[in-house]
Design a protein around this ligand. Structure first.
Ligand code: URA
Length: 240
C-alpha cells in the first residue's frame, strides 16, 4: 500500500503535487468513493479513477530529446503550436517533459512517465547542473560576469549560477556568447540572469543536463536513457 498521490504520480498521470490538488478538488475516486484525504493509502489492485480516467501501473520510460526551436514544452497548446509530444507519436506511454525549456530555447530535454523521477530531477535540492550556451545582445564585460557569479535575486530567491564563462565577443555584430550553468530551475532563469546585467538573450541552447549531453542526436531526435543513466541521475540527485 502506498500513498494515493504517489500511486497516481507513479502511473504517469501527473506529478505528485498535481495529484494532491486533484484529490483536494475531489476528482479522485477509489473503489467508488471520493478520496480527498492526502494520507490515504491504496494499491494498483484498487480501482483508482482520476478525473474520469482509470489509473494503471505503467512500465517506466525515460527519453532524452533534442528540442528544436519553436516547440512548446506543454503536453497540449491552446494556440495550436507544435509541442514536444508531437515528436513522440510512436510512444504509447503517457510521457511528459521534465521541467520546461522556452518556446525559442533549443537543446536537451528529458521526458518520462515516472512522476517521482521527474519531481526529483526538477527539485532545487537535487542541484542537478544544467549547462546552457547563450548568445546575447551587446558586449558582456568581465564585471558583468562577476556580478552574475556573485548571485542575483529573482522572485525573492538569491540565484547563484554554478559557473559563468564569457566565451566569445563579436564587436562587429555587437553580440556575445556566454556559457552558464544553473541548478535552480526557475522560469526563464538564464534570460533573467542575463537581462539583469543588461543583455537580451538572442539564442539559448541547453547542452547538458548533469552528465547527459546531446551527443549523437540532431535537432528533433530522441533516444531512450539507459537504466544505468537513470540510476546515475537518481544517485546524483539524492546524494546532493
Ligand atoms: N532559462 C531560460 O531563460 N530559458 C530556458 O528555456 C531555460 C532556462
Amino acid at each position: 500500500m502506498e500513498r494515493l498521490q504517489k500511486l497516481i504520480a507513479e502511473s504517469g498521470y501527473c506529478s505528485r503535487r498535481k495529484a494532491e490538488e486533484l484529490m483536494k478538488q475531489k476528482k479522485v475516486v477509489v473503489n467508488g468513493k471520493i478520496i480527498s484525504e492526502l494520507g490515504t493509502k491504496a494499491s494498483f489492485s484498487d480501482e483508482i479513477i482520476v478525473e474520469g480516467n482509470l489509473i494503471e501501473y505503467q512500465e517506466k520510460e525515460y527519453y532524452l530529446f533534442y528540442k528544436p526551436r519553436g516547440v512548446v514544452c506543454t503536453t497540449s497548446d491552446d494556440k495550436g503550436r507544435k509541442t514536444v509530444l508531437d515528436y513522440f507519436d510512436d510512444v504509447q506511454k503517457r510521457i511528459y517533459p521534465v521541467g520546461r525549456l522556452d518556446y525559442d530555447t533549443t537543446g536537451l530535454l528529458l521526458l518520462t512517465n515516472d512522476g517521482e523521477f521527474a519531481n526529483l530531477m526538477m527539485h532545487p535540492k537535487s542541484k542537478i547542473d544544467k549547462f546552457y550556451v547563450a548568445k546575447v545582445e551587446g558586449i558582456v564585460t568581465g564585471d558583468e560576469v562577476k556580478k552574475i557569479k556573485a548571485g542575483i535575486r529573482i522572485d525573492d530567491k538569491k540565484i547563484y549560477p554554478s559557473r559563468v564563462k564569457l566565451k566569445k565577443i563579436d564587436k562587429q555584430k555587437m553580440t556575445s556568447i556566454v556559457e552558464i550553468t544553473i541548478h535552480d530551475g526557475i522560469n526563464h532563469e538564464v534570460k533573467r540572469l542575463m537581462e539583469y546585467v543588461g543583455h537580451n538573450v538572442i539564442k539559448l541552447k541547453r547542452e547538458a543536463f548533469g552528465f547527459l549531453t546531446l551527443s549523437g542526436l540532431k535537432s528533433g531526435e530522441k533516444r531512450r536513457l539507459t537504466t544505468k543513466e537513470v540510476k546515475q541521475l537518481i544517485n546524483m540527485a539524492i546524494n546532493k
